[in-house]
Design a protein around this ligand. Structure first.
Ligand code: AMP
Ligand code: MG
Length: 317
């Protein structure tokens, strides 16, 4: 594989979207902005296209991908929805919620998309560029975050270009993403019960408001197999990370929050939505800074703070 090829970045306008649809139809890979982070899209019905995603990311093949579709009707062609899954779709789609559901035996999906699991992870995104790409291809698109496996997720096209560069066929530049943290992943189990596999912009409380309290009804051993991608170390900026810092120690690049001022701040006003949107951009800046270590101020665990702290723990692991 050539890694010396320069990145192919295009504005996410009508021309760029048409080019993206052509690349995807040919089983190529395209980085596309969503409301969460940039995704690396490829057609989910093609084994070759799905293999190209795993190859470009250097992703282990036991870690399944999220499949993006335009609407609930398209999602129902791929997975079995019960009343609970439909009510979550009605409440949160389009948006930053991914549901893990039983895969339909006749679903037109390459088996590698869900790494051989009997389930599939589905999302209906809200971002106009991702929706335009889905509409132009008319296909379900697998799209994990557009970064090398285990590295910090991309929230702008330059992050994608520096992580994946010429390993992908096309990068659509649609500016910075608005929410900045990956979707919430919820498993809705056919035998009853549900649980959060990855915290994200849609909080556990918001889901519990619709489904009632979280109850997984499975042993912790099988829960671990169910969330194969939730590795302890992820989002790694390539330097040691110290959490709950009040001030920078020598050799540290401090990422501040609220009253803790740093070289950069997640949010000077202590706003958690702003902190989520800025988290990965700040981690990219810290990774590129001359300081050999990173320190990060403490973040309250309320609302989307729980998802920010989940990512920070993995970045520090
Ligand atoms: P990313 O590709 O970075 O957005 O991560 C996708 C996440 O979705 C990974 O953590 C996967 O483990 C998770 N995922 C995808 N499909 C499934 C599935 N069928 N069951 C459980 N988790 C899944
Ligand atoms: Mg990822």
């Amino acid at each position: 594989m050539s890694t010396t090829k320069p990145p192919n970045v295009r504005p996410a306008d009508d021309l760029g979207i048409a080019e993206a649809a052509g690349v995807l139809a040919q089983s190529g890979t395209v980085a596309v902005p969503t409301e969460t982070v940039y995704g690396l899209a490829a057609r989910a019905d093609s084994a070759a296209a799905v293999a190209a995603i795993y190859r470009a990311k250097g992703r282990p093949d036991f870690n399944p991908l999220i499949v993006h579709v335009l609407d609930l009707a398209a999602a129902e062609a791929l997975a079995v929805f019960d009343a609970r899954a439909r009510s979550l779709a009605e409440a949160f789609w389009p948006g930053a919620l991914t549901m893990v559901l039983p895969r339909r035996p006749d679903a037109p999906l390459a088996p590698a998309v869900s790494a051989g699991l009997p389930t599939v992870a589905l999302r209906v995104p809200a971002h106009p560029v991702m929706r335009a790409v889905l509409a132009a291809t008319g296909l379900p698109l697998a799209a994990p975050s557009a970064n090398r496996s285990g590295a910090v997720s991309p929230t702008n096209a330059a992050h994608v270009a520096s992580s994946l560069g010429g390993r992908v066929d096309l990068i659509l530049d649609g500016g910075s993403t608005r929410q900045g943290l990956e979707s919430t992943i919820v498993a809705v189990r056919p035998e009853g019960g549900w649980s959060i596999l990855r915290p994200g912009p849609i909080t556990e409380a918001a889901i519990a408001g619709i489904l009632g309290p979280q109850s997984d009804g499975v042993t912790s051993g099988s829960a671990r197999i169910e969330a194969p991608g939730q590795l302890a170390s992820h989002y790694a900026p390539g330097k040691p990370v110290r959490l709950d810092a009040r001030a920078a120690e020598p050799g540290e690049f401090l990422i501040g929050f609220g009253p803790v001022a740093g070289a950069v701040s997640l949010s000077m006003h202590g706003d958690l939505a702003e902190a989520a949107a800025r988290l990965y951009a700040c981690l990219h800046l810290a990774a590129e800074a001359p300081e050999p270590r990173i320190a990060i101020a403490s973040i309250p665990d309320d609302g989307i703070g729980a998802a920010i702290n989940d990512r920070l723990r993995r970045a520090a692991a």
